[in-house]
Structures are given as structure tokens and as C-alpha cells.
Design a protein around this ligand. Structure first.
Ligand code: NI
Length: 184
């Protein structure tokens, strides 16, 4: 399967203070509603498309069957994050429901976002997102997972940056998944 690429083919840059967000979104009741490749492919395409339209620059993403994570540099208007997420949820839900023949069913439940305050936190979260399909047992090698940015990251960033990100400890980030039950 092809690698999903952001429209603006600029490689992720280093950390920018107070402008990079990590977002985690979950399906309703954490049901594995994105249980087909086409559904996750649609999510990736929609994420690229909407981020491009609203001026957000994607740094990393991973889309699983019941949740997703992404890291992106904000557009000039950080408040457009809500619009970005609502657009993605709505477009993807329609696609998923069309495939399942369940018009109007709620697919996406909510999302949680954090503005990343320092480079250490940024690098650890980049690593966390890139390795998330492995963490959730979907693949053994992150390269094998088409619905994450791992390949894009390896192909479009400098080796030193990759080494830095991939050497970050992620053990203390488990709360990112656990926090998903807290409604926003
Ligand atoms: Ni996860």
C-alpha cells in the first residue's frame, strides 16, 4: 500500500515552542469501528486533506481501529484545531457508515489535545505516535503499518533527528491512552 503523504511535502521541522499539538481521538465506546483497511485509509486521506486546507502541518500520525494519535504544527489560528477534528470525524464517519450500511451512527466520540511545551516532550511523543501500532499489537515492525507516518518520517527527516526521536523513552506516556475516558 502507498504511503500517505501530507500535501505540503515539507519534512517535519524541529520543535516549535507553544505551537505543536498532540491529539488523540477515540471511537464511541472504543469499538473497533475502523476494522477495514479502507476505513483507516480514508481517515489518513481525510487527515492530510483537512490539515492542508486549514494550514496545519502534520509531523506524525497513527490510525488504529478504535483510536488515533497525531502531532501537528498549528496554523496561525490554533482555534482551528476544533474545526480540523470536527471535519475529519464527520467525513470519516460518513465513509465508515456507508461501508457498514448504518446511516447516522456515531463513530467518533471525542478527542484530547495537548500543546507540547518543550523539545523533550515533543520528541518523546513523536516516538510514541510512530511506535503506537507496535504498542497496540497491530504489527511487529513499525515499517509494516501503512496507516502511520513511520515510513514518511524515515524518508523525509534527517538521520540525526530520527535517532533522537527513536531513542526517547516512552514508558511514562501510557497515560495518553488511559486518559481517553475523560470527556472533553
Ligand atoms: Ni494508541
Amino acid at each position: 500500500m502507498d504511503i500517505y503523504r501530507p500535501h505540503k511535502n515539507t519534512p517535519p521541522h524541529w520543535f516549535v515552542s507553544n505551537a505543536i499539538y498532540m491529539v488523540t481521538g477515540s471511537t464511541l465506546h472504543k469499538k473497533p469501528l475502523l476494522n477495514a483497511d479502507m476505513k483507516r485509509a480514508n481517515f489518513c486521506e481525510t487527515l492530510m486533506e483537512r490539515a492542508h486546507i486549514l494550514g496545519w502541518t502534520l509531523h506524525a500520525w497513527a490510525v488504529m481501529t478504535d483510536h488515533y494519535h497525531f502531532i501537528a504544527l498549528s496554523s496561525e489560528n490554533a482555534l482551528s484545531l476544533k474545526m480540523l477534528i470536527q471535519g475529519i470525524h464527520s467525513i470519516n464517519a460518513k465513509f465508515v457508515n456507508r461501508m457498514d450500511n448504518l446511516l447516522g451512527r456515531r463513530v467518533w466520540y471525542n478527542y484530547w489535545d495537548t500543546c507540547l511545551r518543550n523539545e523533550a516532550s515533543y520528541c518523546a511523543r513523536m516516538n510514541y505516535v510512530l511506535l503506537n501500532p507496535v504498542k497496540h499489537g497491530l504489527v511487529e515492525n513499525p515499517q509494516e503499518y501503512p496507516f502511520s507516518s513511520y515510513k514518511y518520517f524515515v524518508e523525509s527527516t534527517e538521520p540525526e533527528f530520527q535517532k533522537l526521536v527513536l531513542s526517547q523513552p516512552i514508558d511514562d506516556l501510557h497515560m495518553i491512552e488511559e486518559h481517553q475516558e475523560i470527556p472533553k
